[in-house]
Design a protein around this ligand. Structure first.
Ligand SMILES: *Cc1c(COP(=O)(O)O)cnc(C)c1O
Length: 361
């Protein structure tokens, strides 16, 4: 393969070509140090500057208020799902969970050993094709927090609702962070594994209100304690330095591209084009998600039979369109349209879909 293909992978996902080229050029000798960024101390002045710049870029991109901390951590989004319970709730305290897909369920599972996890509403009985109506949520008055998943990566469901609750909202933004402007202040804590919309795997972003960190939480080792990580500027132990570097390059690239507002406009237009094709296909391509909650980031769809799904994926690959196979829990096809995916990729996919339908409908 001499050319880069169009990569629709849900995560780890495509990275901006400009970022990869920059990293490639600096791989042996970063900033004239004579060594790779992966080979130097995280405590060196050069690396500390990189880390500070990444935080500044993230704060600028997302308009993070000063009374919110930013942490760069390991362990993925899944570790956060346990840490949230350990840090923000007393042992056995009630914590509310809204379940709109697979990742809401994992969040609940990770918290269950530590809190009285309560499902306020779930769309599982409807196959996660919708978000439970706000009036049907059974919120607990005494909950430590409400956990929601902003974008369900597997089912392609976006929350798209004003939350308007009394307790702090904890939101999994793994597959939607920086995809559209948000008001950070609407949330107590936002977390996101970087490997979907921000950069490489191995590094996770946590944005948390200082206020919340004053809670006593549960007995826990320092490595599981947000306050300890904050005190040591996310360098309580050796951080994933190369991942941090790549994340920093991606954040700088997003700012150069016009920031979150520019991506939001692009993402909406691209998703709109793809959904229009699905809806105008006479049922050949089918997306089951309620229109108001369709995701701009992850678009799952199904052909008339699993055999056609498989043929679609195989043929797409020969056209240089990869990463389209749906998650094993759901089957079908999934196109992930993250910020780093070029517009030309979506146009190529749409062209291929028209052609495939012509030959198989
Ligand atoms: C991918 C994903 C996760 C899991 O992330 P890990 O980094 O693998 O732990 C959790 N939530 C959402 C919404 C995701 O897309």
């Amino acid at each position: 393969m001499s050319q880069r293909v169009f990569n629709f992978s849900a995560g780890p996902a495509t990275l901006p070509e400009a970022v990869l080229r920059k990293a490639q050029a600096a791989l042996l000798n970063w900033q004239d140090i004579g060594a790779s960024v992966a080979e130097i101390s995280h405590r060196s002045a050069d690396f500390m500057t990189l880390a500070a710049q990444a935080e500044a870029d993230l704060r600028a991109l997302l308009h993070v208020p000063d009374d919110y901390a930013v942490l760069f951590m390991q362990g993925g989004a899944t570790l956060q799902q346990a840490l949230i319970a350990l840090n923000l709730a007393h042992p056995g305290q009630r914590a509310d969970y809204l379940i709109t897909g697979h990742w809401g369920k994992t969040a609940l599972k990770q918290a269950t050993p530590y809190v009285d996890a309560h499902i306020v509403a779930s769309s599982e009985a409807q196959g996660f094709c919708n978000v439970p109506a706000r009036d049907d949520w059974r919120l607990s008055a005494d909950a430590a927090y409400l956990h929601v998943t902003d974008n369900e990566t597997i089912h392609g469901v976006a929350l798209n609702l004003p939350l308007d609750v009394q307790v702090p909202v904890i939101a999994d933004f793994s597959s939607s962070i920086a995809s559209r402007p948000i008001r950070v202040r609407d949330y107590g804590l936002i977390y996101a594994g970087a490997q979907k919309n921000l950069g490489p795997s191995g590094i996770t972003v946590v944005i948390v209100a200082h206020d919340l960190l004053r809670r006593s939480g549960q007995p826990r080792a320092p490595i599981l304690d947000y306050r300890a990580h904050l005190e040591r500027e996310s360098m309580l132990n050796t951080p994933p330095t190369f991942n941090w570097y790549l994340l920093g390059l991606c954040l700088a690239w997003m700012r150069e591209q016009g920031g979150v507002a520019a991506f939001a406009a692009r993402n909406a237009a691209r998703a709109q084009k793809l959904y229009a094709l699905l809806d105008d296909s006479n049922g050949f391509y089918r997306n089951p998600v309620a229109v108001a909650h369709r995701s701009c980031m992850n678009v799952p769809f199904f052909l008339p039979t699993p055999e056609l799904d498989a043929e679609f994926v195989a043929q797409a690959k020969t056209r240089g369109l990869i990463g389209l196979k749906g998650h094993k829990a759901l089957g079908g096809i999934r196109a992930s349209l993250y910020n780093a995916l070029p517009d030309a990729a979506v146009d190529a996919l749409i062209g291929f879909m028209h052609e495939f339908r012509k030959h198989h409908d």
